[in-house]
Design a protein around this ligand. Structure first.
Ligand code: NAP
Length: 388
């Protein structure tokens, strides 16, 4: 059986590729990779296996050079005879940026790019399954607490970032191209780090925790529930769902659910002692973020009665830690959407996943962070703020 997968140079895609490569029922794994040519594409895939300290079998893992931004991608894939026998597609590639400056690119890759892959998928004679890696956050910000799969997609959802809107629109597109019985939608919640004691291979999301670790004053509800899952759990869950022919549903959350969810308090508790030189974590109302941003524009701009003045030791720490306030300002603007996500207090129901696989619940973030949290200081938070 041949499989085609996109996004393998990314955080989740790399994990999926190395996990898939262990399956003996798969003959070839074709990987869509952006590259300047064949040699560069092979090198990019080999790097993924090197990062996983795994063996790259060039006979089975085959790069297909292509770009989701290319309006001729579908045609190019259709004329590539090597792909005629593909039975399973896993579309994991996406532009995951939350930053407004990337909104049009996010739309182009996540919607137009998906259309290209779907138009090609439609032409495959033996396609069994198209797996779309969506996101549980397509439910938007109006839905609170316990979120089930059936609540989305909902066109009236209010999106905090363009990214989740495009992922919702992507889900809606699938049925226009393929029959329902060929579609599987997996919706991870928030993927952060992994349970193995590895140096992080991706700063996605982990960057936000690293930034909170640098700030130590967190303008968010300490006890808001956050649904976080480690990447190794997400990859294994997706693969189990893809190969489970008896699965009962078309859409699955891959999430922590209530029992394995975390909170800002628990996650920061897990890492607090790893960096004893920093001040203790303190939580404050999210409204404080506005004053924090104001303060970075000019300390005199802060109103006399600002509650931020109560935290003068943190202001001193920031001056010492960041030196110049414009760097801190960049961090705060990039952090803002993450604070809004934290405040939603959303937990994504995982009963479908638990019933249709033998995965069991994930390890809570505050448990695995106790061991992997020590790598947080390897993250360049400024680099991540520009391209989180
Ligand atoms: N991370 C999370 O917390 C999270 C949560 C829920 C759902 N998801 C979903 O999971 C999937 C993977 O996310 P991730 O965190 O692994 O993202 P990621 O690390 O940013 O990886 C994105 C992947 O997409 C590829 N890609 C981007 N633009 C492309 C283009 N124009 N043409 C071809 N490939 C392109 C990237 O290739 P390059 O290396 O060439 O850039 C990379 O391989 C996405 O669909 C995302 O929506 C992620």
């Amino acid at each position: 059986m041949d499989v085609f997968i996109t996004g393998v140079t990314g955080f989740l895609g790399g994990e999926l590729l190395t996990d898939l490569s262990k399956r003996e029922d798969i003959d070839k794994i074709f990987c869509l990779v952006r590259a300047s040519g064949e040699e560069n594409a092979v090198a990019r895939i080999k790097k993924v296996f090197d990062l996983h300290q795994d063996t790259f079998d060039s006979q089975r893992i085959i790069p297909v050079t292509g770009d989701l931004a290319d309006p001729h991608l579908a045609e190019n894939l259709k004329t590539d005879r090597r792909l005629n026998g593909v039975r399973i597609i896993i579309h994991s590639a996406a532009n995951t940026s939350f930053s407004k400056i990337y909104d049009s690119l996010v739309e182009k890759i996540n919607i137009d790019g998906l259309k290209q892959v779907l138009a090609w998928a439609q032409s495959l004679p033996d396609l069994d399954l198209f797996t779309y890696v969506g996101t549980a956050t397509i439910c938007g910000s109006l839905v609170k607490n316990h979120v089930t799969e059936d609540m989305s997609p909902d066109l009236s959802a209010k999106h905090l970032v363009k990214y989740s809107y495009t992922k919702m629109m992507g889900e809606l597109l699938l049925k226009e191209y393929l029959p329902e019985d060929r579609i599987l939608v997996v919706r991870p919640s928030i993927i952060m780090g992994d349970t193995r004691e590895w140096v992080p291979r991706s700063y996605v999301i982990l960057w936000a925790l690293a930034t909170l670790n640098e700030l130590r004053l967190v303008p968010a509800n300490a006890h808001s529930k956050i649904d976080i899952v480690p990447v190794d759990y997400v990859s294994q869950s997706i693969i189990k769902l893809v190969f489970n022919k008896d699965r009962k549903h078309r859409v699955y959350h891959v999430s922590s659910g209530e029992e394995a969810s975390s909170t800002p308090y628990l996650s920061t508790q897990a890492i607090k002692d790893l960096f004893p030189e920093k001040p203790p974590f303190r939580f404050a109302d999210k409204k404080l973020l506005a004053d924090m941003k104001k303060w970075t524009k000019g300390t005199t701009l802060l109103p006399e009665d600002s509650p931020l003045r109560e935290f003068s030791n943190y202001l001193d720490f920031w001056v010492e830690n960041f030196g110049n306030n414009s760097s801190l300002r960049i961090l705060l603007y990039a952090l803002e959407p993450y604070i809004h996500f934290i405040e939603l207090n959303q937990v994504f129901d995982n009963s479908r996943l638990l019933e249709d696989t033998d995965m069991g619940p994930s390890v809570p973030a505050h448990i695995y962070l106790q061991t992997v949290g020590k790598y947080l200081d390897q993250i360049n938070v400024f680099e991540g703020a520009i391209d989180p």
